[in-house]
Structures are given as C-alpha cells and as structure tokens.
Design a protein around this ligand. Structure first.
Ligand SMILES: Nc1ncnc2c1ncn2[C@@H]1O[C@H](COP(=O)(O)OP(=O)(O)O)[C@@H](O)[C@H]1O
Ligand SMILES: [Mg+2]
Length: 234
C-alpha cells in the first residue's frame, strides 16, 4: 500500500535522506529505528510533503505521490501523530480529538468519539479535561486518538514512547497493538526504544545518517547484535 523508491530529502542545501527504499503492505506494522538525527521524522514529513524537499518516487495505494500538498495526502488516508504531540491546551480532549476528523477521506466517514473511545478506552475518562491538564502519557493517547478519528489507512507514530514512564510505555504498546488488530490499517512507528518497537511492529528498517543500513525481521535483527552497538547505542 506504500511504496518508496530512491527517496532523497533536503532541507535547503542539507541533503538529509539518501536513496531510501521502503515497502509497507496493507495491515502491516513496521518500525523505523535510528538514533537522534538519523532522519526518522524527516522521512515521515517527506511522505506527507510537510517540510523537506524530496526527490524520488512514492506510491500510496493507487496514487502516485508527487506534488500533492499535505492536506491532500491526509485526505488520501495518511495520518501523522507528531513527535511533539501538539495538543491544544485550551481545548478539551474531545475537541482536540475532533480536530482530526477534518482529515477524513471523502468516501469514509470519520469515527465518532464513542468509537474512538472503544479503540482507546483510556481517553474515555479524559474527554472533558483541557489539554493543559494532561500528563505526557495522556497527551500521547489523545494525540493518537486525534490521528485515528479520520480512519487513516496509514497511521504514522513519531517516537510515541519518548519521555514516558515505563508503565505508561507498556500501556501504549497495548494500545498500538489493539489498533493494529482493528481493520486493515498500516502503521509506521519511529523509535529509539527497541523493546517498544519490537512489541508493536512486524519488522523494521534501521536508519543511520539518512540511509537504510538494515531492513528485516526482528529475528534477523537480533541475530546481528552489532547493529545495536553500531547504529543505536549513543
Ligand atoms: N527543519 C529543518 N531544517 C534543517 N535541518 C533539519 C530540519 N529538521 C531536521 N533537520 C536535520 O535533519 C537531520 C535529521 O533530523 P530528523 O529527521 O529530525 O531526525 P530524527 O527524527 O531521526 O531524530 C538532522 O541532522 C537534523 O538536524
Ligand atoms: Mg524525530
């Protein structure tokens, strides 16, 4: 459902991503691992035409992605839960989540808030709170709910576990696994937390300085112990 061929991305004169090839099937969940600055967020933004300039070929479902602006790509069913979560502090949780419904595809009604709460039960008790009243873990759950309400075909989670306490990270991985089971939704999770990524995805790509240095199953990754030392340990 997603096909990326020889993708290069640039910020001004800086060449950030170098010839990325990546495939994602419908219903599949993949991790994009790499240390800080490896290019994970740039890759997600490149898919959405959100910031960097890109060269290369991308296909999403039946569509060739070339000049479509970000809002058109979201309407095609791509949804990003950004690294910094971007919860509106003065809106309620329900209002924050509803903001995501504007991105719904024309042929697809968004979920209702009640349906979102079925998928993410922990946001239920939070609906009337204001954004500024949420803990980091709650903000992450609300950001996922907002990313999900439009029923995206591709949900992209940018370092969702970052900065969260271990017990919250466990809850988050249960949440993502529940979402994975629902319908034929594809998921990309970028992470530096290897255990979390392993628990929530089928296989992985490893990025270093803007290039894919490994792709394969978690089992293959485990058999190459040096990958962690070379590309992930700081
Ligand atoms: N808006 C920007 N302008 C210029 N350089 C950027 C910008 N955003 C990120 N970069 C650079 O691109 C590289 C990759 O960054 P990023 O994709 O954020 O990495 P990651 O998400 O893996 O931590 C880094 O060297 C970073 O400094
Ligand atoms: Mg990042």
């Amino acid at each position: 459902m997603l096909e990326v061929r020889d993708l290069n991305a640039f910020y001004g004169q800086s060449h950030i991503l170098h010839g990325i090839n990546l495939d994602l099937a419908e219903g599949e969940s993949i991790a994009l691992l790499g240390r800080n600055g490896a290019g994970k967020s740039t890759f997600l933004k490149a898919l959405l035409n959100a910031d960097p300039r890109t060269e290369g070929a991308m296909r999403f479902g039946a569509q060739t992605l070339d000049t479509q602006p970000t809002h058109t790509r979201t309407r095609l069913g791509m949804s990003l839960v950004p690294e910094d979560r971007r919860i509106f502090p003065k809106l309620t949780v329900a209002q924050n989540i509803e903001m995501g419904a504007f991105a719904a595809r024309e042929e697809q009604k968004p979920y209702t808030i009640a349906e979102v709460v079925d998928l993410l039960p922990m946001v239920g008790p939070l609906l009337n709170r204001f954004g500024y009243q949420l803990s980091g873990g709650q903000q992450q759950m609300v950001a996922i709910a907002r990313g999900l309400i439009a029923r995206p075909r591709l949900l992209m989670l940018d370092e969702p576990a970052e900065g969260l306490a271990p017990v919250i990270v466990d809850e988050l991985s249960d949440t993502i696994n529940a979402i994975r089971k629902a319908e034929g939704r594809s998921i990309v999770v970028t992470e530096q937390n290897i255990d979390f990524a392993r628990q929530t995805t089928d296989r992985l790509y490893l990025l270093d300085v803007g290039s894919v240095v490994f792709s394969g199953t978690w089992e293959e990754f485990s058999r190459n112990a040096d990958l962690v030392d070379r590309y992930l340990v700081l």
